[in-house]
Design a protein around this ligand. Structure first.
Ligand SMILES: Nc1ncnc2c1ncn2[C@@H]1O[C@H](COP(=O)(O)OP(=O)(O)OP(=O)(O)O)[C@@H](O)[C@H]1O
Length: 622
């Protein structure tokens, strides 16, 4: 049964069920060739392949016996980089485009070929260059499919090493130990880690090659270029929907070259090398404990006991599709290292991971959509030229940050829909149908609101131009009162400081001030409550009922669709009341009239009256 995580997080994060089943860590073993003809001639074989998935090694207790091991794949000393890559790595890459994580790591004793397998050379590129090339290829291929026309893709990279238990950024080297954090969804984050957008393989190389020079390497007796650190290359593929509901799938590929475990007597390590070796060995010891705890089903898995295991948390017993390539050497001097590596590999293949799709909603896209509709067609767009892991992992814009008052993309409505959609998952068929109906109704409601908004805007525009013309006419012929002026000749004039700078109200003022007001720009003037109360009895009679109705409609619209921020923009409504309004409409649906506000507990009749007066007048002035 597929592993599922479905939750609607506060930051607009939505996880959707994945269709991939629990999966075992795939373990391959690669035997490197002898490095010297002399050794090959002198020594008898201590380890050899017996099939595509099996090998045997001499039993040191009884050299007449061999011990057999079975893995997902075995690559002999003549195997090519291409074989290892296509056999063990390529098959798991496709998960990236479904928003799932993939992890490939090389393990084994020093000089056994980990870096050769992961990195390779110009003639024989290893897993890293091949995988990155294929990621771009996969993105290109998927993006031209008809089903992908509403999606855009971006690829980015981060690169780090763990050296002496410190996490160091290789793209922007600083002597700063970066923290490793875990969010509530168990995603491992490294705040402050550089993330670079890459649009092509050559762009990847332009960052990766110089950064690789920053790796901590040293010469040991056994390997002249020995990796003294664990390195982690992270390739992030983000697939973003350009239309509603703006889903975003993020797949992460971890390519990890582990430093080797060492016997310091054989490596001749001293001083700083000895310290490095101690850090490497202890992290690999914790790695072994992690695998043991997972296999025994222990409640506490000691991921936190080393930086390496913290970082591999997702790869071992976590949500990634993981491949471990164990590198071994044929020489007899490596015998016990080989045996240790094989035993670790054998227990690692029992570790079960539970991959799931990581899906978010791009609230930033909601915002952008309002400003300019996205064009159709494929674009491998770069994400922000440089950003940091923390911001990339967590949705950065809260739903309430979106501004316009009425839109079918209003985030609170989106959240409502998503809540409903979320409820639908895991609900019996019959109830699901009901919920589906509700979702459809909500969508319809949003459409209607949008149409209504358009209509209101058109009406407001028409009224404005009509009134502007009226004002102009009044200015040109001062002896002819405007119709509204005529009707209200008896009305008490508004006090000068209560004059509202709007074309809608200019007819009710003495002509001189009308002209002045008509000339005034559309400045936002807050109307104080005392002004309103003072002119209370004349207000209704002075204002055109259509104008009044329009401003009521505006407030009603705002009450029904406004975000927290927009509601707080209303006079008399603070944070608490704005939340009460949102809560009320979530439960009871739309307000049918502004007076419905009085149904909310905490909004008294008195408050309602002054709310209406102040806000109606304010709405008129806008
Ligand atoms: N399959 C292979 N075919 C040919 N040469 C290989 C192979 N594997 C490793 N080598 C060579 O063996 C040497 C040691 O390999 P490598 O540096 O990759 O080991 P390592 O496990 O990464 O060592 P360390 O952990 O000390 O960095 C290198 O010169 C490498 O080119």
């Amino acid at each position: 049964m597929a592993a599922m995580r479905v939750s609607l997080a506060e930051a607009g994060l939505v996880k959707k069920p994945s269709h991939s089943a629990s999966t075992r860590v795939r373990v391959s073993v690669r035997l490197r060739p002898y490095m010297s003809r002399d050794d090959e001639g002198k020594e008898g074989l201590c380890v050899r392949g017996t099939g595509n998935q099996s090998l045997e090694i001499l039993n040191w207790r009884n050299t007449m016996e061999t011990m057999s091991y079975q893995f997902d794949a075995f690559y002999g000393e003549n195997s090519s980089q291409q074989e290892v890559y296509t056999g063990s790595v390529k098959p798991v890459l496709s998960h990236l485009l479904t928003g799932q994580n993939t992890s490939v790591f090389a393990y084994g004793p020093t000089g056994a070929g980990k870096t050769h397998t992961m990195l390779g050379g110009a003639q024989e590129p290893g897993v890293i260059p091949r995988a990155v090339r294929d990621v771009f290829q996969m993105v290109r291929e998927e993006s031209v499919l008809p089903a992908s026309q509403d999606w855009e893709y971006s690829v980015s990279m981060s690169y780090l090493e763990i050296y002496n238990e410190k996490v160091l950024d290789l793209l922007e080297p600083q002597d700063q130990d970066l923290p490793i954090r875990e969010d509530k969804d168990k995603n491992i984050l490294i705040p402050g880690l550089t993330q670079r957008a890459i649009g092509s393989f050559s762009e990847f190389e332009s960052h990766f090659l110089p950064a690789s020079q920053n790796r901590t390497m040293a010469s040991t007796k056994l390997n002249t270029r020995s990796s003294r650190s664990h390195t982690v290359l992270l390739i992030r593929v983000v697939k973003s929907q350009r239309v509603l509901p703006f889903r975003q799938l993020t797949g992460k590929l971890y390519l990890i070259d582990l430093a080797d475990s060492e016997d310091n007597r054989r490596t001749g390590n001293q001083g700083i090398r000895l310290k490095e070796s101690g850090a490497i060995n202890s992290s690999l010891f914790v790695l072994s404990k992690v695998v043991d705890s997972l296999n025994q089903g222990l409640a506490r898995v000691p991921y936190r006991d080393s930086k390496l295991t913290r970082l591999l948390q997702d790869s071992l017993g976590g949500s990634a599709h993981s491949v471990m390539i164990t590198n071994i050497a044929p020489e007899q001097k490596y015998y016990f290292d080989t045996l240790t590596a094989l035993n670790f590999a054998a227990k690692s293949k029992q570790v079960i991971n539970k991959p799931f799709t990581r899906e978010t909603l791009q609230t930033a896209a909601l915002k952008r959509q309002r400003e300019e509709p996205a064009p159709n067609g494929y674009a491998l767009k770069k994400i922000a030229k440089e950003s940091h892991d923390s911001s990339a992992e967590i949705s950065d814009v809260s739903p309430t940050a979106c501004s316009p008052p009425v839109s079918m993309f209003d985030p609170s409505v989106m959240v409502r829909l998503l809540t409903l959609e979320k409820m639908m998952k895991g609900t019996p068929e019959k109830e699901r149908l009901n919920l589906l109906r509700t979702v459809q109704e909500s969508r319809q409601e949003i459409k209607e609101l949008q149409l209504k908004q358009k209509e209101l805007e058109e009406q407001a525009l028409a009224a404005q131009s009509l009134l502007a013309e009226t004002c102009k006419a009044a200015a040109a012929a001062p002896s002819i009162p405007t119709p509204l002026h005529r009707e209200n000749q008896h009305a008490k004039p508004l006090r000068q400081r209560a004059i509202v700078a709007s074309q809608q109200v200019c007819p009710v003022q003495p002509l001189s001030s009308s002209i002045m007001t008509c000339k005034a720009e559309k400045r936002k003037m807050k109307v104080s409550e005392s002004d309103v109360l003072e002119n209370e009895e004349s207000l209704e009679t002075r204002l055109d009922s259509a104008v009044l109705q329009r401003s009521r409609d505006r407030i009603l619209n705002l009450l029904n669709t406004g975000s927290l921020k927009e509601l707080k923009g209303l006079q008399k409504i603070g944070d608490k009341k704005a939340k009460l309004i949102i809560g009320w409409r979530e439960i009871n649906g739309a307000f049918t009239q502004v007076e419905d506000l009085g149904n909310i507990e905490g909004i008294s009749a008195k408050l309602l009256t002054s709310f209406l007066k102040v806000n109606i007048l304010t709405a008129i002035t806008h």
